[in-house]
Design a protein around this ligand. Structure first.
Ligand code: BJW
Length: 252
């Protein structure tokens, strides 16, 4: 057994007692799909690249072609990968609850590709574009993913529609997330290091509002002390086992 069965049973029982669930996911969720995480070695994105340079408005303005190329390369790589069993397990849970929301920091669209319907993207989506100055949505960019950012009809540079350090998160996404967190009975936190705000504070907000917390991660994080169940292991193995156990308990 690659993971702790007692923890799985406890977490499945907590799910069984819940009517309203929020699932908060980070980069570890997509690691088994082949997308590197940002911070956990080896091969983390931020080992090789400076986050302030590549994921901040200042970094973009300093070297637009560098940032544009970096995101185009990542976009092409992400377009080739598929959801993993963890994404499918979360999608399979959705129909069992009165309210169920996936709040993801990931920009890869894999929750929707796995069939999740109620998804809020806190840090944007790498398959969308907008312009830097005005935020105009850009439906089509010239084919071929050139070496420099194309220009919007307003003359401003086009950028990926993701949230960089120092930028506000989308207001709608924040409002939807906060409303669901306030009312949830359980928050399932998967594959995030829990250090990037404001999403890092979601588990504490949920706990403060009376929710149970279940965390899935191969490593402990700052969220772990809040967890009622910590399921140590990779999302692609732990989540299918958790959903199987939840369904087994339901059918008893
Ligand atoms: C597995 C696994 C497996 C491995 N299965 N798990 C309050 C206090 C302090 C600072 C701030 C604060 N409020 C705002 C800030 C500043 C800043 C911030 O938080 N900085 C911290 C680093 C200190 N936040 C912001 O700037 C945010 N904006 C904001 O708050 O606006 C208002 C404001 C602005 C300025 C000042 C004050 C207020 C915006 C944050 C935007 C983050 N953007 C990025 C890039 C997105 C685009 C892109 O992809 O390029 O988002 S940074 C990067 O980190 C990315 C991620 O979404 C985010 C979180 O990373 P995540 O998902 O947790 O990944 P990792 O790699 O860190 O962790 C992976 C985890 O998976 C690990 O735990 C592994 O163990 C685990 N794992 N394999 C399950 N198989």
């Amino acid at each position: 057994m690659p993971h702790d069965q007692t923890g799985i049973e406890g977490a499945a029982r907590l799910l069984g007692e819940s009517r309203s669930v929020v699932v908060s996911t980070g980069a570890g969720m997509s690691k088994e799909s082949g997308i590197p995480t940002f911070r956990d070695a080896p091969n983390a994105l931020w080992d090789k690249f400076d986050p302030e340079k590549l994921a901040s408005p200042e970094g973009f303005l300093e070297d637009p072609p560098l940032v544009w190329r970096w995101y185009e390369e990542r976009r092409r790589m992400i377009a080739r990968v598929a959801p993993n069993p963890g994404h499918f397990a979360i999608a399979a849970l959705e129909g069992h609850f009165d309210r169920f929301l996936v709040v993801t920091q990931n920009i890869d669209d894999l929750h929707r590709k796995a069939g999740s319907k109620n998804v809020v993207e806190m840090h944007g989506n790498i398959f969308r574009y907008r312009c830097f100055d005005m935020g105009h949505a850009v439906d089509e960019i010239p084919k071929g993913g050139g070496e420099i950012p194309p220009l919007c009809r307003c003359g401003s540079m086009i950028r990926p529609d993701v949230v960089w350090f120092g930028e506000m998160l989308p207001r709608d996404a924040l409002e939807t997330a906060f409303a669901a967190i306030e009312k949830c009975d359980l928050m399932l936190v998967v594959g995030t290091s829990g250090i990037v705000y404001p999403v890092a504070e979601f588990p504490a907000l949920a706990k403060g509002a009376g929710a149970k917390i279940v965390e899935v991660n191969p490593e402990k994080t700052p969220i772990t002390p809040l967890a009622d169940e910590f399921l140590k292991g990779p999302a692609g193995e732990v989540l299918p086992a958790l959903v199987d156990e939840f369904v087994r308990l339901r059918s008893q």
